[in-house]
Design a protein around this ligand. Structure first.
Ligand code: RP5
Length: 164
């Protein structure tokens, strides 16, 4: 069985609609991952055990999505020296600005890399994880290069609509 190279964690199953985009980025490149809903405040012990277990079996980074006070990524980073990529969830009352500020304002010493709020941030966190893994995997680097070229080609082939 392939070891999971990335751990995706989210504070609630309600975050999956957004966080599935991180999973889709990884699976598009054939990167094995494990995704879980675990909370920094509701299930702190289970979260710690999961982070430790995945790091021990060879994971290279974590992607953490949470909303509101959004301390999940910081708590994951407190328990591992592996890179932690943080994705702010679009929250009900503040549209994710609360999540973004909570994640991006980590105090000095325990960093998390914070991405955009919502779907684009989740997808980009997955792509960023692929880019990190590609540093030591030539086949993955080739796939990432092809992916970028396809995007560039689509832009270059695009046409603006005629004036009406
Ligand atoms: C956070 O609170 C979660 O990350 C989620 O974004 C938010 C709301 O969670 P639920 O009330 O939907 O479980 O912990």
């Amino acid at each position: 069985m392939k070891k999971n190279l990335v751990g995706i964690v989210m504070g609630s199953t309600s975050d999956w609609e957004v966080m599935q985009h991180a999973a889709r980025s990884l699976s598009g490149f054939g990167v094995p991952y494990e995704a879980r809903a675990l909370s920094a405040h509701r299930t702190p012990d289970a979260l710690g055990a999961w982070v430790g277990g995945l790091a021990k079996q060879g994971a290279k980074c974590f992607i953490a999505g949470a909303g509101g006070a959004a301390h999940l990524a910081g708590v994951v980073a407190a328990q591992t020296a592996l890179p932690v990529l943080a994705v702010p969830m679009p929250s009900k009352h503040l549209q994710g600005l609360d999540s973004l500020l909570a994640m991006v304002q980590m105090p000095k010493g325990i960093p998390v890399a914070t991405f955009a709020i919502g779907d684009a941030g989740a997808a980009n966190a997955g792509l960023f994880a692929v880019a990190m893994l590609a540093l030591e995997d030539a086949a993955l680097a080739k796939k990432l290069g092809e992916f970028r070229k396809k995007q560039a080609d689509a832009v270059l082939a695009s046409k603006l609509p005629e004036l009406k």
